[in-house]
Write a protein that binds this ligand. Structure first.
Ligand code: VG1
Ligand code: CO
Length: 544
């Protein structure tokens, strides 16, 4: 093999955010940009020589080209073996499954997840460790530091590798194994859930579902698992073919971007169950007939019903939720007598808790739910979990949620996103809040009184690492909360996220529209943070 050493100069902006390094595709595609980051990664993990790596992505534009580069650089770094999904495809949770099942040293996942794709869209790269989960901040920081002083990268020269035929081939001393992207993942799902029971529900002809693959990675997984293994009728999966530009859509499963599914679910002949996933397959949106389940409620409901599902019938060790996620799961944990952990936003903070056996289920308000079966959030897994519960309980989605509220109370919840606002103004808004933290405590706003206000800081219970400035919390005496933070996944400007929550135990008050139930708190958020002034926006871009 001929390895070429190429002289480079550092790019100073290669700092991974909430989930890997995400930039405009045009940034990634410029000469040396991807190469610099990959070399920084390989330099940070010199022990990867001789080991196995897993590589795959969500199929977006530049995925294939990036994989060819990564394979050639891995060969130059003397990596022993690389498992690649056929066509360069692997959903994020499937990559996690393959890393764990094949005891790989780690994996490189190419995705910008819910961000739009294409030549003028976004691209991303993320490193996962031996446990199958996103690398801890200590590693991503080390990669970033390395990238700032990089002077050269090494790459094998030679023709492109065939990624479309299953089987092993050699790139000099390195073996490349092209694997089925779906099989290992589907097998694990079959092991966790009662496929026979779910299949019987589909075959009865009395239960219909619609799954929106959003022309992103989960289409092939949905076809194999839902339509083939579970015998749901053909056509259950819509927009199931992965396209390089995701069909021009925004692969974010929320009420705005999954509007086709939302319309179907509110039509006269709506199916019983609707679900959607995001670009890389780790998110899930759950819908009943004319009924939206908030991700926070979904996590709480999965926890409360876990005993009905084979993979979880022996009970849960604990639950973890990200700080902005509603407190609904905490109430289930309290009743089950297990711990509920509150972590910063981003799946990497769940890894230690899962590895240490402290939690079984975890979730985020941003349509992410998962368990200790992998170390990523897992979209289809959540859908199958719901299907298993529906097959056992034989009730509608709505009646399951309403029963849950009657028993545990309802956490009214909403997130308001202000996308692509001016970065400096967004920073000023946050700084303005930090300056008010002390004076806010004890202050009254109408019927609310602030119990405490802080900038969330997290001490990992396993390795005791401390992560600071993870979001402004304004917590009221009655437990209602306003949380504000800036996104760490955007690629242009800043995105402000405002999370609003209040608890309602009274069954007669549980049927309001969330925006109405939360109107006072939304007003307080505006009053305290001066969102309109700083963002220059009259209303949020997306309301969930
Ligand atoms: C967002 C979500 C966060 C999630 C992250 C990655 O981050 O809020 O909960 O873990 O995306 O999800 P941020 O920093 O933009 O709020 V994915 O599906 O984009 O990997
Ligand atoms: Co995602």
């Amino acid at each position: 093999m001929t390895v070429t050493t190429i002289t480079t100069t550092p790019f100073l902006d290669q700092k991974p955010g909430t989930s890997g390094l995400r930039k405009k595709t045009t940034v990634f595609a410029q000469p040396r940009y991807l190469e610099n980051f990959v070399q920084s990664l390989l330099d940070t993990l010199p022990e990867v020589a001789g080991k196995t790596l897993v590589v795959g992505g969500d199929g977006r534009y530049f995925n294939r080209a990036a994989i060819q580069t990564i394979l050639k650089m891995a060969a130059a770094a003397r990596v022993g073996r690389v498992l690649v999904g056929r066509g360069g495809l692997l959903s994020t949770p499937a990559a996690s499954v393959i890393i764990r099942k094949h005891k790989a040293y780690g994996g490189i996942v190419l995705s910008a997840s819910h961000n739009p794709a294409g030549a003028d869209g976004d691209f991303g790269i993320k490193y996962n460790g031996t446990n199958g989960g996103p690398a801890a901040e200590s590693i991503t920081n080390a990669i970033y530091e390395r990238s700032r002083t990089l002077t050269q990268y090494r790459i094998a020269t030679g023709p492109d590798i065939d990624l479309d035929t299953l089987g092993a081939r050699a790139l000099d001393a390195m073996t490349i194994e092209v694997v089925d992207p779906v099989a290992d993942y589907a097998d694990l799902m079959e092991h966790l859930f009662d496929f026979a029971r779910i299949r019987a529900m589909f075959v009865s002809g009395k239960f219909h579902m619609c799954f929106d693959g959003m022309h992103a990675i989960t289409g092939p997984y949905g076809h194999e698992i839902l339509e083939h293994r579970l015998e749901a009728s053909t056509g259950t999966v819509i927009r199931g073919i992965p396209l390089e530009d995701f069909g021009g859509g925004h692969p974010d499963p929320n009420l705005v971007y999954a509007h086709e599914l939302v319309e179907r679910m509110s039509s006269a002949r709506a199916p019983d169950f609707g679900a959607a996933s995001d670009g890389d397959g780790d998110r899930n949106m759950i819908l009943g007939r004319n009924f939206f389940v908030t991700p926070s409620d979904s996590l709480a409901i999965l926890a409360a019903n876990a005993h009905l599902v084979p993979g979880y019938k022996h009970g849960l060790r604990g639950i973890a939720r990200s700080m902005p996620t509603s407190c609904a799961p905490d109430r289930v944990a309290a009743l089950l007598g297990i711990d509920c952990y509150e972590t910063p936003t981003g799946w990497k903070y769940f890894g230690n808790l899962l590895d240490a056996g402290k939690v079984t289920l975890c979730g985020e308000e941003s349509f992410g739910t998962g368990s200790d079966h992998v170390r990523e959030k897992d979209g289809l897994w959540a859908v199958l979990f719901w299907l298993n519960i529906l097959a056992v309980r034989r009730q509608s989605v709505e009646s399951i949620v309403r029963e849950h509220w009657r028993k545990y109370g309802r956490n009214y919840y909403s997130r308001h996103d202000y996308e692509e606002v001016d970065s400096a103004a967004a920073e000023q808004l946050v700084q303005g809040l930090r300056d008010q933290l002390t004076s806010l405590t004890g202050k009254s706003f109408g019927r609310y009184r602030v119990k405490f206000a802080d900038d969330f800081s997290y001490t990992d219970p396993v390795d005791h690492s401390v992560t600071q400035q993870q979001g402004i919390r304004i917590v009221m005496d009655n437990g209602a909360r306003i949380v504000l933070r800036l996104s760490g996944t955007g690629t242009s400007g800043a995105t402000l996220r405002v999370y609003i929550e209040s608890y309602e135990a009274d069954v007669t008050q549980q049927d309001q529209d969330a925006q109405i139930a939360l109107a006072d708190l939304i007003g307080i958020a505006e009053q305290v943070a001066q969102i309109r002034k700083f963002t220059g926006r009259e209303r949020p871009t997306v309301i969930t």
